[in-house]
Design a protein around this ligand. Sequence first.
Ligand SMILES: Cc1cc2nc3c(=O)[nH]c(=O)nc-3n(C[C@H](O)[C@H](O)[C@H](O)COP(=O)(O)O)c2cc1C
Length: 321
Amino acid sequence: MKTRITELLGIRYPIIQGGMMWVGRAEMAAAVSNAGGLGILTALTQPTPADLAREIERCRSMTDKPFGVNLTLLPSINPPPYDEYLGVIIKSGVQVLETAGNNPGKYIARARAAGIKVIHKCVAIRHALKAQALGADAISIDGFECAGHPGEDDVPGLVLIPLAVRTLTIPVIASGGIADGRGLAAALVMGAEGVNMGTRFCATVEAPIHPDAKQALVDASERDTQLIFRTLHNTARVLKNPISDEVVSIERKGGATFEDIRHLVVGVRGRAALETGTNDGIVSAGQCVGLINDVPTCAELIERMVGECRAHLQNACAWAN
Ligand SMILES: Cc1cc2nc3c(=O)[nH]c(=O)nc-3n(C[C@H](O)[C@H](O)[C@H](O)COP(=O)(O)O)c2cc1C
């Protein structure tokens, strides 16, 4: 497959594994890159910039293919040392940076000055235009279906992706809701030049999470995600479980502050849920869980998606002619 994204990133297939807190470790990223996609490490999963440097080296020992690092820029009372994390990314010779979140300007500029390709991931056309103006090389546009933070506009991919393609001049990567070859084919037909997936890659052999956490994704239907933090205007789409139910019920009472739910949503609890396979914490997941029925290797998944994509594109061409 050849698009501006495969050319930009030096990859065989236009399939990217988006940054994922606690999941985006070397095993995950290297498996995706070895399978012909682009794997991405998640900087903030590593407690310090020095740990990130070691994780990058570990990933490099597992693959000779390009991989990226995600830097998620979230508002915080005690912000992580973003500049130091980026310093490590630059020094380690990583070829691709995925930024997400607020005010990526200075990070995009610094990374590009060091020759790193920057993908900015966002959920709104206005933010995509801003990132393009700031020098991003490509935009991942996340529809409302996505895992993690879909924003507050609630615009799904079927509208957001063609709008992004129409509006931007840099290549667009479709993100959110994609888990199979049909999704890849649809994204390409809409003009996206690649896809970014999160939830689907969690249910793979190499994802560094507990088998029961993977099985929970296989068992879940498209109706098994929930939106938390809506009332705090920081919406997150997560797998529905007793903890997310409790968060939503506290929010529904009205007037809830972050302090009222902090004990339920703390990162250590979410991390433990992924690592032990219990449902005692918040786990990000998108509506495409309804499309996930198995736990293949990353190579099996990617080859299957590419094969299905080609077959579905041919079918659609036959129908259209
Ligand atoms: C478990 C998990 C953790 C995630 N953590 C992050 C994160 O830390 N930073 C980020 O930019 N996106 C994060 N995401 C979002 C993904 O990178 C990607 O944009 C999203 O999953 C795409 O939607 P999909 O799940 O429908 O494929 C996470 C997704 C999942 C499933």
